[in-house]
Design a protein around this ligand. Structure first.
Ligand SMILES: C[S@@+](CC[C@H](N)C(=O)[O-])C[C@H]1O[C@@H](n2cnc3c(N)ncnc32)[C@H](O)[C@@H]1O
Length: 280
């Protein structure tokens, strides 16, 4: 793989820089340090949306005794779980994990501090959150500090859910996704929905450079209708360089979008897709 201008690696996936080396560290410091200059911000935009959708899904009586769990796909170090269930902002997480005080800690020290930090900020309306990510170190950290109730590293792009994930799917009522639309496809969504045992909604922020339509079709095949307001986009991050900007502009145009004022201005933008059962 070729290095690109400022901190990313150009992947085979069409010209978007990749950051694979920060996804599988023992703790989230490198992730935040690398993404801070690029102003990666999509979990911040997702926070109020996921809180609203999770509350609406929890309020739906589906005849099951236990509260439905949120399954955060591509959950990484549990960032969406932190923002959903705790009084914390993404800006505070950037500050925390890039601070000089945190830099000198061992992973064990950081994990112990994080456990207290998130416990003190736990919201009364916290919902169960399960994580799915191919990075074992990342989900291990999220579990250790109490951000996730359970987590799985099954790669559903390559195979079927294992017995643990299969059992957990019985509890899932909402799938969330940020920063993963370039990694998971309809294969992952189909595997998850095939294993669902209660009504599952989906709430996903996906780059405008990527078509969500194959996933929309997979969701429709499982009785879900998807809505999206294409006039409203949410910025994801700055481009690493001009090469990535040109790639994104071309990719958005190829999908029928208009990059003016969005990708042309220097950032990836996402659309928010929300999927719910056709019949309540
Ligand atoms: C850009 S990060 C997004 C993390 C987090 N959701 C956020 O927005 O900050 C992408 C994540 O997708 C994960 N990933 C890549 N391929 C995957 C797959 N096939 N299934 C599940 N997770 C995957 C990576 O390990 C990485 O943690």
């Amino acid at each position: 793989m070729a290095r690109s201008g400022s901190g990313g690696t150009e992947g085979a996936g069409g010209g978007k820089s990749r950051f694979d080396d920060i996804y599988d560290r023992p703790d989230p410091r490198a992730y935040f340090r690398r993404l801070a200059p690029l102003q990666y911000e999509i979990p911040h935009h997702a926070q109020p949306v996921f809180r609203r959708v999770a509350a609406e899904r929890a309020a739906l009586d589906d005849g099951r005794p236990r509260r439905p769990a949120v399954l955060d796909v591509c959950c990484s170090y549990g960032i969406n779980a932190a923002l959903l269930n705790h009084d914390v902002t993404l800006a505070e997480m950037y500050e925390r994990y890039t601070s000089p005080a945190c830099l000198t800690m061992s992973t064990a020290e950081l994990a112990a501090r994080d456990k207290e930090f998130y416990a003190e900020r736990r919201r009364p309306d916290a919902v169960p959150v399960f994580g799915l990510d191919v990075s074992a170190p990342a989900v291990h950290y999220a579990l250790e500090v109490g951000l996730l109730d359970t987590a799985f590293t099954d790669d559903l792009e390559q195979g079927s859910p294992g017995p643990g994930l299969n059992r957990a799917l019985a509890e899932v009522g909402l799938i969330t996704l940020t920063g993963g639309g370039s990694y998971v496809t309809a294969r992952t969504f189909t595997a998850l929905l095939d294993g669902a045992r209660r009504p599952v909604w989906a709430s996903a922020f996906v780059l405008r450079t990527v078509s969500y339509q194959p996933i929309v079709r997979a969701l429709a095949a499982h009785g879900l209708s998807t809505t999206v307001d294409v006039s409203r986009s949410y910025p994801q991050r700055l481009f690493t360089d001009e090469r990535e900007r040109q790639y994104a502009i071309a990719a958005v145009r190829a999908l029928g979008g208009d990059p003016a004022g969005r990708e042309e201005a220097g950032r990836f933008h996402t659309l928010h897709y929300e999927s719910r059962p056709d019949t309540p």
